[in-house]
Each structure stands twice: as structure tokens, then as C-alpha cells.
Write a protein that binds this ligand. Structure first.
Ligand code: NA7
Length: 547
């Protein structure tokens, strides 16, 4: 059986102040903060050939952010914000990747990275107070601090379909899409999965493929994105009120830079509700529809039903075939990660698009020619696209063994459910930090990443200034934080709706709360308080800083 002794401490390991894993929004900013601003020696790694994280890997057709881009970027340097010109409010993947490449160049971050390098294990060395970090090419690094920006949604979920490897055509998971693209023109394409990825793919490829079969297990509620350029006066407003704008993002629940309603649905008449939902439908955006019309859509079943009744009517209006409209209408609450699209329901009016109900007849096997469902029907395809999602929150931290104090592995610590504090660290793992690990605020990520990296950097500085060998969150603090997260989460409808938010998308993964519904402002308040109080949540070198 694997144990911590599998990772040997190499006396010749390269000594660095910090190792950073990941070259997405969080990892890149960590390198900038720790190396450029704090003067630490930093070695960073990424499996990819370049920077980008999520935006490096997710190159599938139609990949784009569905967050207002004025909050989907860095805020730490006003000049960077002013210089970069986004072309639209929900940019496509190439534009976001170009932005992250620009950031890497502007702050000279690339020289700290070793790309095409997979981390194969990490282990805390009690004697030296360093993390042994081992790479796939057998190199050892001994780092005083370890910062992992490995992504909330990056460990891909490829279902164990019998016969998948026997398929004679091409098959791709959307998050491992070939860099050179895939020519789908005139091809017979199967798309498995109808989450936010599947919906983007379907809309994007429907007009060009010969035939598209969308394999749907659970239908999802989705509303129009309503793409348009960024309003110039809004950009001017941000530039003129820069600090206030970003602080308002941090003081919101979702950090999306959107209007968040404080009105309860029950305070409106059915006619007023209809009008309010219609207005939001026309203005666009999934998070906006969920959070911006009424405050209790994800907490109150009646408010939720008002929203879903509205969307169900829209589906019936848009989709001409009543049976297809019925299948596209979820029989679930509106309490998954909200989706928005560029005409998803309408593609099912096309002659070349078919909806396959795999809730009624599951995928039985992949054959050399195509996909056979449980009713015995075999459909033939040239390409199979797996838009089947991710092992969210924990998957990427558990891809390689990580051993904390006393050789305890992270996999064992998280066997029944993840335990962590404020999504940035875990008890038993000194000098070890995650960016947006388990129990993050359920928010737009870049502003949260930035805020977390600033906190982690200040904590690292505190450890250095106090001469601490180790700094580690207290076990009781972690447990009480997780209990509070559970309590808050159980007041929401996310708790009773299966999705990657509670781990139910991965067979065998324990169902658990993994988010902090206190939101961005609650997270920000907790970390600011911690810093102001001198980090009472932490044990520094074996003794509380307050002791
Ligand atoms: P999601 O939202 O987890 O969606 C995955 C989809 O794949 C979903 O429709 C699943 O159906 C479907 N799926 C998964 N396994 C199977 C099997 N075995 N058979 C049929 N269908 C299956 O992942 P996305 O990539 O769309 O989005 C993840 C996040 O990334 C997104 O929310 C953004 O924040 C970025 P199910 O609903 O489980 O029946």
C-alpha cells in the first residue's frame, strides 16, 4: 500500500522559498505576488505547454466565459486593466487565453515556470520544515511554502462507458480538446452531456455538422446569454471609480459584478414576477437570472418554481416539437450551477439535431461504430464529444499523493468528505495553501483568487517575519468552519439537487457540502478579520501566535 515513505527526502533537492503549482488565474498571480512583490525564490509548474489553466485546456467549440468580463479579470494593477481591451462582455476562450499570456509576459512570469511537468507527489518534512515536491521527470524540490492553484474544475470526468476505447472514430473530452481543433464539418457527431459545456458545444457546432445527437441524462435550465459588447459608459465608470468598483465586487455575494436582488419573490404578484423574469431573460446571463431577479430563488421552493415555470413556458414557445420540449424541460429544481446560452433550445428545431434521452435508455456501450443505448439502438458516429464534466473541488488535489504532518495523506483526510478552512488550507498540512480549494465562496473566481493569494502572501510574510518553521490552521477551527458551511448550505436548494456542487456527478464520491454559501463578502470579512487579529486560527511553529 502506498504511504508517505514512497516519497523520499532528497538531500540534494533544489531549495526554494515556494513552489507554485498551476498557471491559471491563481497560479500566475501567486508567482507575481511571491516573486515580484515579496522577493521570494519561486519555482512553478504546470502540466500544460503554456499558461492559461482552465483556458489552456478548454478549447472546445463555443468555449467562453459567462461572467461579465469586467469582473472576470485581475484588479491588482489598474494599468493592466486600462490597457487591455476586451471585445465583448462574455469573451471566447482564445481572448481569455491571450489575456493570460499577456499577463505572463507583462510580469515576466514564464521564467519561473517549468511547463509540461506533472507533479507526482508532495510530502511535508517535519525535520526541515519544507515540502518535498517531486516531478514526473524525477526532480525533487524542497520548498518552505507550497501553493496549489490546481483548479476547481480541472480533473476531467470520463465515465467508464464499456467499449469507449474500441470506438473507431475520434473521441474527445471537451477539456482535452486538441490545440489544432477538430474538423467537424459534414461529420456525424455525438455529444454526451448537457451542462454548461455541452450547451456551449451544441449551439456552436449544430450549424456545421452533418448530424448532431445530443445525449441528455438530466435536462438543465438555461437562459439566454444575450451577447453584446461591453457598454463603454460602464467601462468609463469602472475606470473613474476603480477601487470602489472592485471593493463592491468583493462586498457582493457572488463577486460577479452584477446586480444581486434583495427582494423576495413572494413580495411580487405573479404578473410582476412574469415581467421581472422577462426583463432578465432579455437582458441575459445565467447568474443574473438566478440571483438578480429575486433573492430567494435558490432558497425557497415557491420562488424557485416561479423561475422554472417561466423558463418552462419559454421552452414550450421555442421548441416546436412538444415531445422534445417536454424532454428538454427539467423535472428538477433550478439549483445547479446556472447556465446561459446562445440559442440552445432553438437548435432542436433543426433537422440535423436530435435529442437522445439517456435517462430513459442509458448508454449501454460504445461500439467501434458508435453508441448503443439500453433499448438496443445503435447510432453511428464519426466523432464522440464527452462534455461530461469534472471531479470538482477535490479531484485535482487528489490526483497525486500528498502527505502532511505524521505522514497523513490528503486522500485519507478527505476520504469521507473534504475538510479545509476557507478553501485555502487544511489542518495537518503546514505551510500548504490552496487557491479556491474545497469550501470556496460560490462565486466568480478571479476576484476570489486574487483576494486569497493576497491573504496567503500576507500569511507567508507573517511566518517569515516571526521566524516560524511552520504555520498550520487549527483542527478545531477547521471543523467549526466546515460545520458553519454545512448549516448555511442546508438552507439552500443546492443541498437537495444533484450536481458537481455536492459531488454527486462522480460515481462513488461522497455527497457533501463543499461550498461556503456565506459568499464573497463573508469570505472577505473572515480573512480580513483573521489578518487584523494576527491569525488566531493558526498554530505557528507549534504555538499559537496569541499564546
Ligand atoms: P457538468 O455540469 O458536470 O455536466 C456534465 C454533463 O455530463 C451532465 O449533463 C451529465 O449528466 C453528463 N454526464 C456525465 N456522466 C454521464 C454519463 N455517464 N452518461 C450520460 N451523461 C453523463 O460539466 P460541465 O463541463 O458542463 O460544466 C462544469 C463546470 O465547468 C461549469 O459549471 C462551469 O463552471 C465550468 P447529468 O446531469 O449528471 O445527468
Amino acid at each position: 500500500m502506498a504511504d508517505s515513505s514512497d516519497i523520499a527526502f532528497d538531500p540534494d533537492a533544489t531549495q526554494v522559498d515556494a513552489v507554485v503549482i498551476g498557471a491559471g488565474f491563481g497560479g500566475l498571480y501567486s508567482v507575481h505576488k511571491l516573486r515580484n512583490e515579496m522577493g521570494l525564490t519561486v519555482q512553478a509548474f504546470d502540466t500544460a505547454t503554456g499558461v492559461g489553466g482552465t483556458w489552456y485546456w478548454n478549447r472546445y467549440p463555443g468555449a467562453r466565459s459567462d461572467t461579465e468580463v469586467t469582473a472576470y479579470c485581475y484588479s491588482f494593477d489598474k494599468d493592466l486593466f486600462n490597457e487591455w481591451n476586451w471585445t465583448q462582455r462574455y469573451p471566447l476562450q482564445p481572448e481569455i487565453l491571450a489575456y493570460l499570456n499577456h499577463v505572463a509576459d507583462r510580469y515576466d512570469l514564464r521564467r519561473s515556470y517549468q511547463f509540461e511537468t506533472t507533479i507526482t507527489g508532495t510530502r511535508w518534512n517535519e525535520e526541515t520544515g519544507r515540502w518535498e515536491v517531486v516531478t514526473g521527470d524525477g526532480r525533487h524540490y524542497a520548498a518552505r511554502f507550497l501553493v496549489e492553484g490546481v483548479g476547481l474544475l480541472s480533473s476531467t470526468n470520463v465515465p467508464d462507458f464499456p467499449g469507449l476505447s474500441s470506438f473507431a472514430g475520434e473521441s474527445y473530452h471537451t477539456a482535452r480538446w486538441p490545440k489544432d481543433g477538430v474538423d467537424l464539418k459534414g461529420k456525424r457527431v455525438a455529444l454526451i452531456g448537457t451542462g454548461s459545456t455541452g450547451v456551449q458545444v451544441a449551439v456552436s457546432i449544430a450549424p456545421e455538422v452533418e448530424h448532431l445527437s445530443v445525449f441528455q441524462r438530466h435536462a438543465q435550465w438555461t437562459v439566454p446569454a444575450q451577447h453584446r459588447p461591453i457598454a463603454p459608459d460602464f467601462l468609463d465608470f469602472i475606470k473613474a471609480n476603480y477601487d470602489e468598483y472592485w471593493e463592491s465586487v468583493r462586498q457582493s455575494a457572488s463577486a460577479f459584478g452584477i446586480h444581486e436582488s434583495d427582494q423576495l419573490a413572494a413580495s411580487a404578484t405573479p404578473e410582476e414576477q412574469e415581467e421581472a423574469f422577462e426583463k432578465q431573460w432579455n437582458s441575459g446571463g445565467g447568474f443574473q437570472f438566478m440571483l438578480g431577479v429575486y433573492a430567494d430563488v435558490v432558497a425557497d421552493r415557491d420562488a424557485n418554481k416561479a423561475a422554472t415555470d417561466f423558463i418552462a413556458r419559454k421552452i414550450r414557445e421555442i421548441v416546436k416539437d412538444p415531445e422534445t420540449a417536454r424532454l428538454l424541460t427539467p423535472d428538477e429544481l433550478y439549483a445547479k450551477r446556472p447556465l446561459c446560452d446562445d440559442g440552445y433550445y432553438a437548435i432542436f428545431n433543426r433537422d440535423n439535431v436530435e435529442l437522445v434521452d439517456v435517462k430513459a435508455h442509458a448508454i449501454a456501450e460504445i461500439t467501434p461504430r458508435g453508441i448503443k443505448t439500453a433499448d438496443g439502438v445503435e447510432r453511428e458516429f464519426d466523432v464522440i464529444i464527452l462534455a461530461t464534466g469534472f471531479d470538482a473541488f477535490t479531484g485535482n488535489y487528489l490526483k497525486f499523493p500528498q502527505y502532511g504532518r505524521d505522514g497523513v495523506s490528503l486522500a485519507d483526510k478527505w476520504a469521507e468528505r473534504p475538510l479545509a478552512w476557507e478553501s485555502i488550507t487544511a489542518a495537518g498540512f503546514p505551510n500548504w495553501f490552496m487557491i479556491f480549494g474545497p469550501f470556496p465562496p460560490f462565486t466568480n473566481q478571479p476576484p476570489a483568487h486574487e483576494f486569497q493569494v493576497n491573504y496567503i502572501a500576507a500569511l507567508i510574510k507573517h511566518a517569515i517575519d516571526t521566524g516560524a518553521k511552520s504555520i498550520e490552521v487549527k483542527g478545531d477551527v477547521e471543523l467549526s468552519f466546515v460545520e458553519t458551511c454545512d448549516e448555511l448550505y442546508n438552507t439552500t436548494l443546492f443541498a437537495v439537487t444533484d450536481s458537481w456542487i455536492n459531488g454527486t456527478n462522480i460515481p462513488g464520491k461522497p455527497r457533501a457540502c463543499m461550498v461556503n454559501v456565506a459568499g464573497m463578502r463573508g469570505h472577505v470579512a473572515a480573512l480580513r478579520q483573521s489578518e487584523a487579529d494576527g491569525y488566531p486560527e493558526f498554530i505557528v511553529d507549534g504555538a499559537s501566535v496569541n499564546a
